[in-house]
Design a protein around this ligand. Structure first.
Ligand code: DX5
Ligand code: ZN
Length: 220
Protein backbone atom coordinates (compact mmCIF):
# COMPACT_ATOMS: atom_id res chain seq x y z
CA UNK A 1 0.00 0.00 0.00
CA UNK A 2 1.34 3.45 -0.92
CA UNK A 3 2.61 5.77 1.75
CA UNK A 4 0.44 8.79 2.49
CA UNK A 5 1.17 11.74 4.75
CA UNK A 6 -1.92 13.28 6.33
CA UNK A 7 -1.01 16.51 8.15
CA UNK A 8 -3.41 17.26 10.98
CA UNK A 9 -4.57 20.87 10.94
CA UNK A 10 -5.20 20.64 14.69
CA UNK A 11 -1.70 22.09 15.12
CA UNK A 12 -2.13 24.74 12.41
CA UNK A 13 -2.60 28.47 12.94
CA UNK A 14 -6.39 28.64 13.10
CA UNK A 15 -6.40 32.36 12.36
CA UNK A 16 -5.25 31.58 8.82
CA UNK A 17 -6.48 28.08 8.19
CA UNK A 18 -7.09 28.61 4.46
CA UNK A 19 -3.47 29.57 3.79
CA UNK A 20 -2.23 26.71 5.93
CA UNK A 21 -4.24 24.19 3.91
CA UNK A 22 -2.84 25.65 0.68
CA UNK A 23 0.66 25.39 2.13
CA UNK A 24 0.14 21.68 2.95
CA UNK A 25 -1.11 21.06 -0.59
CA UNK A 26 1.91 22.86 -2.01
CA UNK A 27 4.18 20.85 0.29
CA UNK A 28 3.06 17.50 -1.12
CA UNK A 29 0.60 16.33 1.54
CA UNK A 30 -1.63 13.45 0.48
CA UNK A 31 -4.63 14.14 2.71
CA UNK A 32 -5.75 16.99 4.93
CA UNK A 33 -6.50 15.38 8.30
CA UNK A 34 -9.26 17.25 10.10
CA UNK A 35 -9.85 16.52 13.78
CA UNK A 36 -13.44 17.13 14.83
CA UNK A 37 -13.84 17.15 18.62
CA UNK A 38 -17.13 17.70 20.43
CA UNK A 39 -16.11 18.45 24.02
CA UNK A 40 -17.87 15.26 25.18
CA UNK A 41 -16.17 12.23 23.68
CA UNK A 42 -12.91 14.09 24.16
CA UNK A 43 -12.43 17.15 26.36
CA UNK A 44 -11.32 19.38 23.52
CA UNK A 45 -13.63 21.29 21.18
CA UNK A 46 -12.52 22.08 17.63
CA UNK A 47 -14.30 22.64 14.34
CA UNK A 48 -17.40 21.43 12.50
CA UNK A 49 -18.86 21.27 9.00
CA UNK A 50 -19.09 25.05 8.52
CA UNK A 51 -15.32 25.50 8.75
CA UNK A 52 -14.66 22.42 6.64
CA UNK A 53 -16.96 23.76 3.94
CA UNK A 54 -15.13 27.08 4.01
CA UNK A 55 -11.81 25.28 3.44
CA UNK A 56 -13.10 23.11 0.61
CA UNK A 57 -12.31 25.56 -2.18
CA UNK A 58 -8.67 25.92 -1.02
CA UNK A 59 -7.43 22.49 -2.12
CA UNK A 60 -8.31 19.43 -4.15
CA UNK A 61 -6.63 17.13 -1.64
CA UNK A 62 -8.94 14.63 0.03
CA UNK A 63 -10.39 15.78 3.34
CA UNK A 64 -9.76 13.03 5.88
CA UNK A 65 -12.27 13.83 8.62
CA UNK A 66 -11.68 12.18 11.99
CA UNK A 67 -14.82 12.42 14.10
CA UNK A 68 -14.11 12.35 17.83
CA UNK A 69 -17.68 12.81 18.92
CA UNK A 70 -20.37 10.94 20.80
CA UNK A 71 -23.07 11.00 18.14
CA UNK A 72 -21.33 10.87 14.75
CA UNK A 73 -24.36 9.36 12.98
CA UNK A 74 -26.26 12.60 13.52
CA UNK A 75 -23.60 14.53 11.59
CA UNK A 76 -22.24 12.22 8.87
CA UNK A 77 -24.42 13.78 6.16
CA UNK A 78 -23.39 17.30 7.19
CA UNK A 79 -19.72 16.37 6.94
CA UNK A 80 -20.19 14.77 3.52
CA UNK A 81 -22.07 17.88 2.34
CA UNK A 82 -19.21 20.02 3.67
CA UNK A 83 -16.73 18.15 1.47
CA UNK A 84 -15.38 15.16 3.41
CA UNK A 85 -13.78 12.45 1.24
CA UNK A 86 -13.03 10.03 4.05
CA UNK A 87 -14.96 9.88 7.31
CA UNK A 88 -13.55 8.08 10.33
CA UNK A 89 -15.77 7.16 13.25
CA UNK A 90 -14.74 5.78 16.63
CA UNK A 91 -15.94 2.23 17.32
CA UNK A 92 -16.18 2.98 21.06
CA UNK A 93 -19.17 5.32 20.69
CA UNK A 94 -21.17 3.27 18.20
CA UNK A 95 -23.61 0.57 19.28
CA UNK A 96 -24.47 0.31 15.56
CA UNK A 97 -21.00 0.42 14.06
CA UNK A 98 -22.07 -1.49 10.95
CA UNK A 99 -24.94 0.96 10.41
CA UNK A 100 -22.64 3.97 10.72
CA UNK A 101 -20.24 2.52 8.15
CA UNK A 102 -23.13 1.92 5.76
CA UNK A 103 -24.34 5.48 6.30
CA UNK A 104 -20.93 6.78 5.19
CA UNK A 105 -20.64 4.38 2.23
CA UNK A 106 -24.12 5.22 0.97
CA UNK A 107 -22.89 8.75 0.40
CA UNK A 108 -20.18 7.45 -1.93
CA UNK A 109 -17.14 8.37 0.14
CA UNK A 110 -14.55 6.28 2.00
CA UNK A 111 -15.32 4.87 5.42
CA UNK A 112 -12.86 4.27 8.23
CA UNK A 113 -13.08 3.14 11.84
CA UNK A 114 -10.81 4.40 14.58
CA UNK A 115 -9.77 2.50 17.69
CA UNK A 116 -8.44 4.08 20.86
CA UNK A 117 -5.20 2.65 22.24
CA UNK A 118 -6.94 0.20 24.59
CA UNK A 119 -9.73 -0.87 22.20
CA UNK A 120 -9.14 -4.42 20.95
CA UNK A 121 -8.95 -5.20 17.23
CA UNK A 122 -11.79 -7.70 17.64
CA UNK A 123 -14.35 -4.90 17.34
CA UNK A 124 -13.48 -4.88 13.62
CA UNK A 125 -14.76 -8.45 13.22
CA UNK A 126 -17.63 -8.63 10.72
CA UNK A 127 -17.16 -5.05 9.48
CA UNK A 128 -13.71 -5.27 7.90
CA UNK A 129 -15.14 -6.02 4.45
CA UNK A 130 -16.83 -2.63 4.35
CA UNK A 131 -13.85 -0.54 5.41
CA UNK A 132 -11.45 1.47 3.29
CA UNK A 133 -9.17 2.30 6.20
CA UNK A 134 -8.60 1.53 9.89
CA UNK A 135 -7.20 4.28 12.10
CA UNK A 136 -5.20 3.14 15.10
CA UNK A 137 -4.86 5.87 17.71
CA UNK A 138 -1.33 5.92 19.10
CA UNK A 139 -2.22 8.53 21.76
CA UNK A 140 -5.42 9.05 23.71
CA UNK A 141 -7.48 11.29 21.46
CA UNK A 142 -8.13 14.91 22.30
CA UNK A 143 -4.90 16.84 21.88
CA UNK A 144 -1.93 17.20 19.59
CA UNK A 145 1.64 16.99 20.78
CA UNK A 146 1.42 13.80 22.86
CA UNK A 147 3.91 10.93 23.00
CA UNK A 148 3.44 7.85 20.82
CA UNK A 149 2.33 4.90 22.98
CA UNK A 150 4.89 2.13 22.32
CA UNK A 151 2.39 -0.76 22.77
CA UNK A 152 0.64 0.36 19.58
CA UNK A 153 3.54 -0.90 17.48
CA UNK A 154 2.43 -4.47 18.22
CA UNK A 155 -1.19 -3.57 17.53
CA UNK A 156 -0.25 -2.27 14.07
CA UNK A 157 1.53 -5.56 13.31
CA UNK A 158 -1.48 -7.56 14.51
CA UNK A 159 -3.84 -5.50 12.34
CA UNK A 160 -1.53 -5.85 9.34
CA UNK A 161 -1.61 -9.64 9.76
CA UNK A 162 -5.42 -9.64 9.95
CA UNK A 163 -5.75 -7.48 6.83
CA UNK A 164 -3.20 -9.52 4.86
CA UNK A 165 -4.99 -12.74 5.81
CA UNK A 166 -8.32 -11.30 4.69
CA UNK A 167 -6.91 -10.38 1.28
CA UNK A 168 -8.67 -7.01 1.54
CA UNK A 169 -7.33 -3.69 0.35
CA UNK A 170 -7.49 -1.63 3.54
CA UNK A 171 -5.23 1.24 4.54
CA UNK A 172 -3.75 1.30 8.04
CA UNK A 173 -3.61 4.83 9.39
CA UNK A 174 -1.80 5.74 12.60
CA UNK A 175 -2.55 8.95 14.47
CA UNK A 176 -0.69 10.54 17.36
CA UNK A 177 2.92 11.19 18.29
CA UNK A 178 4.36 10.46 14.84
CA UNK A 179 7.72 12.07 14.13
CA UNK A 180 10.76 11.69 11.94
CA UNK A 181 12.22 9.46 14.68
CA UNK A 182 9.53 6.79 14.68
CA UNK A 183 7.80 6.94 11.28
CA UNK A 184 10.08 4.29 9.73
CA UNK A 185 9.37 1.81 12.52
CA UNK A 186 5.62 2.50 12.24
CA UNK A 187 5.85 1.90 8.49
CA UNK A 188 7.74 -1.36 9.00
CA UNK A 189 5.07 -2.47 11.47
CA UNK A 190 2.57 -2.22 8.61
CA UNK A 191 1.03 1.27 8.56
CA UNK A 192 0.83 3.25 5.32
CA UNK A 193 -1.13 6.42 6.21
CA UNK A 194 0.56 8.71 8.71
CA UNK A 195 -1.15 11.55 10.53
CA UNK A 196 1.24 14.20 11.81
CA UNK A 197 0.28 17.43 13.52
CA UNK A 198 2.99 18.89 15.70
CA UNK A 199 5.82 17.18 13.79
CA UNK A 200 4.84 19.25 10.75
CA UNK A 201 3.52 22.49 12.21
CA UNK A 202 6.12 22.90 14.95
CA UNK A 203 8.96 22.30 12.52
CA UNK A 204 10.98 25.13 11.02
CA UNK A 205 9.74 24.33 7.54
CA UNK A 206 6.49 22.36 7.35
CA UNK A 207 6.81 21.68 3.61
CA UNK A 208 10.29 20.21 3.99
CA UNK A 209 9.04 18.14 6.93
CA UNK A 210 6.23 16.60 4.87
CA UNK A 211 8.78 15.55 2.27
CA UNK A 212 11.20 14.20 4.88
CA UNK A 213 8.51 12.24 6.70
CA UNK A 214 7.59 10.53 3.45
CA UNK A 215 11.19 9.77 2.55
CA UNK A 216 12.05 8.42 5.99
CA UNK A 217 8.89 6.29 6.01
CA UNK A 218 10.00 4.86 2.65
CA UNK A 219 13.47 4.19 4.01
CA UNK A 220 15.23 6.86 1.95
C1 DX5 B 1 -5.45 13.62 18.45
C2 DX5 B 1 -5.72 13.84 16.98
C3 DX5 B 1 -4.52 13.86 16.14
C4 DX5 B 1 -3.53 14.95 16.49
C5 DX5 B 1 -2.16 14.43 16.18
O1 DX5 B 1 -6.64 13.39 19.11
O2 DX5 B 1 -6.57 12.82 16.47
O3 DX5 B 1 -4.84 13.90 14.76
O4 DX5 B 1 -3.72 16.14 15.79
O5 DX5 B 1 -1.24 15.36 16.61
P1 DX5 B 1 0.28 14.99 16.84
O6 DX5 B 1 0.82 14.56 15.52
O7 DX5 B 1 0.85 16.25 17.34
O8 DX5 B 1 0.32 13.87 17.86
ZN1 ZN C 1 -6.87 12.68 14.22
Amino acid sequence: MGIKIAPSILSADFSRLGEQVEMLDDGGADYIHIDVMDGHYVPNLTIGPIVIKALRSRTRLPFDVHLMMNNPMDYIDDFVDAGADIITVHAEVLPHLHGAIQQIKRRGIKAAVSLNPSTPLEVLNYVLDDLDMVLLMSVNPGFGGQQFIPAIMEKIKDLKRIICKSGLDIDIQVDGGISIDNIREIRLAGANVFVAGSAIFKSQNPKVMIKRLKEVAEGI
